[in-house]
Design a binder for this molecule. Sequence first.
Ligand code: MN
Length: 265
Amino acid sequence: MTADSGTATALDGLLTDLATGRVEIVDLTNRLSSATPTLELPAPFANLIDFSLETVSEYDEPGPFWKHANIHTGEHIGTHIDAPIHWVSGRDSHDVADIPLPRLIGPAVVLDFSAEAAADPDFLLEVEHVRAWEEEHGPLPAAGWVLYRTGWDRFAQDRERFLNADAAGSHTPGVSAACAEWLAGTGIAGFGVETVGIDAGNAGVLEPPFPVHYHLMGSDKYGITSLQNLSRLPVRGAVIIVAPLPIVGGTGSPARVLALVPRGS
Ligand code: MN
């Protein structure tokens, strides 16, 4: 028997709630185009290419009845996931194609430090901040995602303000080395941010450099960047769905990231 023949399944309630709006789908993904802000590493490091579309036919001689295009893109462009092999500390772990699917769907909590980030673009989340959040809102979700709200998504269509760079480097909020190591020791599946990378703009000077990458990738945990609309999520109670391409050997992939959010009663 199947649901089509009238048997109730565990998903029927969800489908009803989606149809009636009791559960809303919120898109956490930045739209992907050649204008999407991307990480700019300083010399001598090499950068990925930006996203672009190359039209192959457009209802014309190379394809009279159809339009299609090649996509050109780095792996770590726009809203994307970092797989463990992205970092030297996770080099023997999962590529993006082999991330276990249960890790990509789970409970999500939102830690809102947008006021702190507005006051100081170099703000770093510390262990005591997360501990204080847990005192108020309960423990971080086992096998779930911690979403770090900084208000940075308001700059997501403005490359200059999004990267906020000067001669001393990029100034965007992040996580301290101690907090990154502590988060890697918890039971979470991953850590999502609104900024261009999961580490702070100035994290190259921390020890180890880029500690969120170092500790999370080294603990088989994942990062997602350039999230949008975290302001539309409850502090806890949402379910996140992270859908990267299964690129064999890939260190990351642009991803569609959605949240299921309960609304009212
Ligand atoms: Mn990345």
